[in-house]
Design a protein. Structure first.
Length: 624
């Protein structure tokens, strides 16, 4: 029987296998051609699926910002993501379809490559091509992994670097004197930190291996400095941040101008270095809710085989604790610690993207789970190879069912919602207006369309959420002198949002959504203008008929998402609500003017856009 196809000899049922010197030596032997063919096949399958479902345009989240940063060689929001930015800039130069699609190809390639590395880890641990292939395919089509392998984001690259680190670390543990694997793992870890810092959650697992093989450093002290040098080399891309900022690119978060700014950017000071989400209204919730969200990100087949895989390697104590620590810190402990209220659907979607890392850690355990089932199978008359193939067929059939049911929900190839929303917001602003936006869903598409595609250069855009940052005030004053900034530093006393609006009162100023705050009470109100609200003094006489005419005109231009297409997509659902609320605001204005007969059609119209919009339902209830 070929060595690569599974286990060579049977063991009595119920006996946990021990790692013998023979098995250890055999695990270090290279796999044959069939293993290479299997790896090529699983990577090709993943790549084909990712390519077919990859976004061709902007999608909601950080994607518009990241694409703009890649195109302009700018600086993304903290910590800056320099590795992703430089690689994405190269992909943007490919003559393959729209620009967002080109940049998104980086995620497609990284996601498929990560599947290949997981296959390599799984097949090496089990000496089974079949088990490694099952592990790779199971990971490839876990919805959370698939979803972030088809959009221009940093998470697929992070997953690839984490998998590369794991592979190098396990290879080094087999032969601690082999400095190349140690250096490779250290380099991958450093590069991961310069991309997406959650790879630091694998540090306890790395520290455990270093402790276990500390004798190797005593025998050859050069191992230590080689590892440190490789790790430092991986961090070098952070030098990109001050170099890029010095050119004053069109998109430059932090306006980096000093060493302190660089440290603040890398340390995510703007967001709170130890915080995942800083907005008070989105924080909180129960750790058990976050743990439940983490658990629900696993498919049934994935969770079952991962558990069996941990059982299979219990006697391989070193390997067991490496995976157990990586999985524990990357998954449950991180989920419990993250101060995010997952009862808010949008927050849950933000947290779930950070679950890619534990899924990558768990994937090789899936291969070991397949191996355990083969070893414990009582019906061996057909041979180990046939048993392994039968298990693979069942597992892959279950994955296939999952793919069929998830395809429509995951598929992004025709997604234009983010572009349409940004276009509609800009279309709502009159000539020469000052447009104030907040939140990624509104701010990033608008800024992308203006910065990259040159849309509406007559409109000044201000991101309200950045106003409290001194760097943003400084940058905005330098780049758009037409915006009046009556303060050098924003606060909640005198230099507040009310002062900002008062300084720009002579210019048509509009806000996207409910952007007024406590400081504006008794001073300004919003007059409906479609998706926007025109900022007017509270003493102004509101004209509901003018609001109705303008909103009606704008809705003739708008592209609201299809209610049937937003299910399972929190950003799209929130944006659809914005369209419905634009109609509700007109109804409220008529209601305030004591014209209930005119208010009713607007509430009914809002319910046609968002069938379950609570604000529209309550408006109709008041009229009754």
């Amino acid at each position: 029987m070929p060595r690569v196809q599974g286990v060579q000899r049977a063991r009595p049922a119920g006996v946990t296998p021990r790692v013998t010197p023979v098995e250890r030596a055999r695990s270090r032997q290279p796999l044959g051609r069939s293993a290479i063919a299997g790896g090529v096949l699983v990577v090709a399958v993943a790549f084909a699926a990712y390519l077919a479902t990859a976004a061709r345009d902007l999608v909601f989240g950080d994607t518009p910002e990241l694409i703009a940063v890649a195109l302009t060689l700018g600086v993304a929001h903290a910590p800056g993501y320099p590795v992703w930015t430089l690689l994405a800039h190269l992909f943007a130069a490919l003559p393959l379809g729209p620009v967002p699609f080109r940049v998104g190809l980086l995620s497609v390639v990284c996601g498929a490559a990560c599947v290949g590395v997981v296959y390599a880890i799984g097949s090496r641990l089990t000496r089974s091509v079949v088990a490694g292939a099952v592990a790779a395919i199971v990971l490839a089509f876990v919805p959370v992994f698939w979803s972030w392998s088809i959009v221009a984001e940093v998470f697929a690259l992070n997953a690839l670097l984490a998998a590369a680190f794991m592979y190098c670390a396990l290879r080094w543990a087999e032969a601690p004197a082999a400095w190349r694997w140690l250096a490779g793992g250290a380099f991958a870890f450093g590069l991961g930190l310069a991309n997406q810092q959650t790879i630091v959650l694998l540090a306890p697992a790395a520290a455990y291996l270093l402790y276990r093989h500390g004798r190797a450093f005593a025998i050859d002290p050069s191992l230590l400095w080689k590892a440190v040098a490789a790790f430092g080399l991986g961090l070098l891309p952070y030098l990109y941040l001050p170099i890029a900022a010095a050119t004053d690119p069109a998109w430059s978060f932090g306006d980096i101008a000093s060493a302190g700014d660089v440290i603040g950017q890398i340390g995510r000071v703007a967001y709170g270095s130890s915080q995942l989400i800083t907005a008070p209204g989105l924080q909180g919730g129960q750790p058990m809710d976050r743990l439940a969200a983490f658990g629900s990100s696993f498919t049934v087949i994935e969770a079952a085989l991962t558990t069996l895989g941990l059982v299979r390697i219990w006697r391989r104590r070193e390997t067991f604790w490496f995976f157990a620590l990586a999985l524990l810190f990357g998954g449950p402990l991180f989920a419990a610690y993250a101060n995010a209220d997952v009862n808010i659907v949008l927050v849950r979607s933000v947290l779930e993207r950070f679950f890619l890392l534990p899924h990558v850690v768990a994937a090789p355990l899936v291969a070991l789970g397949v191996l355990l089932i083969v070893e414990r199978s009582e019906d061996l008359r057909a041979g180990r190879r046939a048993t392994a193939l039968a298990i693979a067929v069942v597992a892959l059939a279950l994955v296939g069912v999952g793919v069929a049911t998830s395809w429509t929900a995951v598929d992004r190839h025709a997604d234009r919602a983010a572009r349409d929303f940004g276009t509609d917001l800009l279309a709502s602003a009159p000539q020469g207006a000052l447009l104030i936006v907040a939140g990624d869903a509104a701010a990033f598409p608008v800024q992308y369309l203006r910065t990259i595609e040159g849309a509406r250069p007559d409109v000044s855009v201000v991101q309200k959420t950045y106003l409290p940052a001194d760097w943003y005030v400084r940058q905005l004053r330098r780049r758009d002198p037409s915006v009046a900034l009556p303060f050098a530093s924003f606060d909640t006393v005198a230099a507040n949002f009310r002062a900002f609006l008062a300084a720009n009162v002579k210019r048509p100023t509009l806000t996207a959504g409910e952007l007024f705050d406590d400081s504006t009470q008794g001073a300004f109100v919003g007059e409906p203008r479609g998706l926007l609200q025109l900022v007017v003094p509270i003493t102004a006489t509101l004209d509901p008929d003018a609001s109705a005419r303008e909103t009606d005109r704008l809705f003739g231009l708008y592209h609201p998402p299809d209610p049937a297409a937003v299910k399972g997509r929190p950003f799209e659902a929130a944006v659809l609500n914005d369209y419905g609320l634009a109609l509700v605001r007109v109804g409220r204005e008529y209601e305030a003017a004591k014209r209930p007969a005119d208010a009713k059609p607007w509430y009914e119209r809002a319910l046609k856009v968002v069938p379950d919009l609570p604000e529209a339902k309550s408006g109709l209830a008041r009229l009754k």
